[in-house]
Design a protein around this ligand. Structure first.
Ligand code: ADP
Ligand code: ZN
Length: 297
């Protein structure tokens, strides 16, 4: 068994872990996401001298994932100014001297679900996180889909419900995109209380399901996933998932039938990895990076 490092690099915290290629986490620490000059030395201190064979990074921001690019493995667009254009992969590789695999944070989580979780064995699946932002990871033939950059399906336009008390959503780029209307901070901005405190307010979750239902229908039409997995802080609201399924059923309008859509309870599911999907996906990225240098695959 190899000894692998993993970093789940999020907007508020960096979870650093040591683990194995079977996804088991042996040890982990959480480091606040301050600016790189402060944060990176703390991350390196955790890994240095621990004998890891490879490192996997699931990272926030838009990333350059084009292996032929000069800026491969850099964070590109992000509201966090100090991290803009930061060559996170190269810095880690240079400092630790091991192969580093990198992907978006949601692609890492999607990969973990496809490797060990509820999308195991499926050709095409998606993982959606509904948290501080909304992100979507897409797995095709066992691999995260990148395409031109990487999909940013959390920012698709959705129809604002006419009685939504929030006139403009919170996305700094688009206002009322899906993320702008349905992420955790959008719920808080609309209703004036944190989503966790709104557990008993039916109207909150009906509206949330209306937006997420629209998004899921769009993903079904465009990606045709064989399973949809939902995670992230907002999905802690257990009442939300059945509401989303009902919205998807209603909004599809009977247009697509059969296959997974016959049983929405097993087609649209919550993560089965208990919140560890992000860091486990990073371990898988590390294992893949190691495999690549060992076998050139
Ligand atoms: P991040 O997206 O930053 O990685 P999370 O997935 O934990 O982190 O998402 C954070 C968001 O989830 C916040 O907007 C928070 O209000 C919301 N959240 C956290 N816990 C709950 C809960 N129990 N119920 C509803 N929303 C929650
Ligand atoms: Zn947006």
């Amino acid at each position: 068994m190899s000894y692998l490092g993993a970093i789940e690099a999020g907007g508020t915290k960096m979870i650093c872990a040591l683990g194995r290629e079977d996804g088991s986490v042996l040890e982990s620490v959480s480091i606040p996401t301050t600016e790189p000059a402060r944060c990176m030395p703390q991350i390196l201190e955790f890994f240095q001298g621990r004998g890891i064979d490879a490192l996997g990074v699931g990272c926030f921001g838009l990333l350059d994932l084009d292996r032929n690019s000069q800026t491969y493995g850099c964070i590109t667009t992000t509201p966090k100014l100090r991290w803009r254009n930061y060559p996170i992969m190269r810095c880690l590789q240079d400092a630790l001297g091991v192969p580093v695999g990198i992907d978006t944070d949601v692609n890492a989580a999607a990969l973990a679900e496809a490797t060990w979780g509820c999308s195991r064995g499926l050709g095409c699946s998606i993982y959606i996180t509904v948290g501080t932002g909304i992100g979507v990871g897409i797995i095709v033939d066992g691999k995260p889909h990148h395409g031109m950059i990487h999909p940013e399906c959390g920012h698709i336009p959705v129809n604002r419900r006419s009685d939504d008390p929030m006139v403009r959503g919170v996305c700094p780029y688009h206002g009322s995109c899906l993320e702008g209307l349905a992420c955790g901070p959008a719920i808080e901005s609309r209703w004036g209380r944190s989503p966790a405190e709104l557990a008993d307010c039916e109207a909150v979750w009906a509206l949330e399901a209306y937006y997420l239902g629209q998004a899921l229908c769009s993903y079904i039409y465009t990606i045709s996933p064989e399973r949809i997995v939902l995670g992230g802080g907002v999905m802690n609201q257990q009442q939300l998932l059945p509401l989303i399924r009902a919205e998807v059923n209603r909004q599809l309008g009977g247009y697509i039938k059969g296959k997974g859509l016959n049983d929405l309870d097993s087609y649209i599911v919550s993560s089965s990895l208990g919140g560890r999907q992000g860091i486990m996906g990073c371990l898988r990225l590390a294992a893949d990076a190691l495999e690549e240098v060992q076998h050139g695959s």
